[in-house]
Every structure is written in C-alpha cells, then in structure tokens.
Write a protein that binds this ligand. Structure first.
Ligand SMILES: Nc1ncnc2c1ncn2[C@@H]1O[C@H](COP(=O)(O)OP(=O)(O)OP(=O)(O)O)[C@@H](O)[C@H]1O
Length: 172
C-alpha cells in the first residue's frame, strides 16, 4: 500500500497519522515520524520531529533567523538528517509526516523519500500545494486521500483496513 494523506493546514494530518499508529502498533512493527507543532503562550514557535518507534524528539524548525529559512522559520537541516538515520526501514509500516517545504530543504530527505517510493508499505502526509518533483511523483503514484472535516475520521478507518488487508496477504 502506498498512501498519501493531504489537506489544508491544520485539517488533521498529524492527528490521523497518530491515530493510525495507535490502532496498529500492537499488530505490527511501525516506524517513521510525525511533525508536531510546538506552542508557547498559545503561539506557534516551531515544529518538532517525533520518532514513532522510540519517542525521541528533535527540533525541525523554530521562529527566527538561520541559514535555511521557510517563511518565518529557521529550518535545522542537520537535525533532520541525523534524525533520519534513526528511522528503521525494515518495519511492516513506515509513516512519514510530512513531505513538505521544510523537510525538502534537505537533499538527504529527498533521497530518503525517493528510496521509500519503491516500497509497498508507506504512508506519507504531503503538503497540499507545495511544488517539488518528488511531490509530483507521490501525487501520481500513490493513493491520495484529501482530508476534510467530514471524512477525516472515516479516512483513518479506511487506511487502517487497507494496512491490515496488506498485512494479512503477506502472512498467507
Ligand atoms: N479528527 C479530528 N477530530 C477533532 N479534532 C481534530 C481531528 N483531527 C485534528 N484535530 C484537531 O485539529 C488541530 C490540527 O490537527 P493536526 O496538527 O493533526 O493538523 P495537520 O493537518 O497535521 O496540521 P499542519 O498542516 O500544521 O501539519 C489539532 O488541534 C487537532 O486536535
């Protein structure tokens, strides 16, 4: 299964990934990461990467100045690249939240995603409108599910069933 979840900012892509992870983690080995926003006094100050297997966290970006910038955020490309080394690629399911403008500043991340395009057990979340050849390729090759307020809970169930179906095919 090759699934890409997308939708407008804040629609619930990260929440959907966490729900899928919670529902399936006792049935199979899952690796990958989610990107969570960090707020201080109600204001968003940046984003942290969270390794789904280990719980380990690393700053992806923070409001402020830096070598690499996306909007008002400085992106910590080296943190991301070190973080990627810890992601297992031999798991039953790999969840990558997200393939977006910040992550794509890293050539190593682009290669990491390229490598995953060959696999059949991947869920990406993808930025809803960013342009990049790798996003075009995912949009062309993967089953793309656009989350809305109406479908986001049902979409989680649908993805869980697709993953379970694939897993049971594998064990037959
Ligand atoms: N199914 C849901 N039911 C109720 N609230 C939800 C649901 N999914 C997400 N939310 C709420 O919406 C907010 C944004 O969710 P989330 O961070 O998952 O969105 P996102 O699409 O990943 O955002 P971003 O575009 O910043 O990556 C959170 O406060 C979350 O609790």
């Amino acid at each position: 299964m090759q699934i890409a979840l997308t939708g407008r900012p804040g629609i619930g892509k990260t929440t959907a990934c966490l729900k899928i992870f919670e529902k399936l983690k006792d049935e199979m080995k899952i690796s990958g990461f989610v990107t969570k926003e960090v707020r201080e006094k109600g204001r968003r100050i940046g984003f942290k990467l969270v390794n789904l297997e280990s719980g380990e966290e690393s700053w992806l970006a923070k409001v402020g100045e830096g070598k690499v910038k996306v909007g008002k955020y400085a992106v910590f490309v080296e943190n991301l690249e070190k973080f990627l080394d810890e992601i297992s690629l031999d798991s039953d399911l790999i969840i990558i939240d997200e393939v977006g403008p910040m992550e794509l500043k890293s050539e190593k991340f682009v290669k990491f995603v390229e490598n995953l395009l060959r696999k059949d057990n991947v869920i990406f979340t993808i930025h809803y409108k960013a342009c990049h050849r790798i996003l075009d390729e995912i949009r062309r090759r993967f089953k793309v599910i656009t989350l809305t307020e109406e479908n986001r809970n049902k979409a989680v169930e649908e993805v869980v069933e697709i993953v379970r179906g694939r897993k049971s095919q594998d064990s037959n």
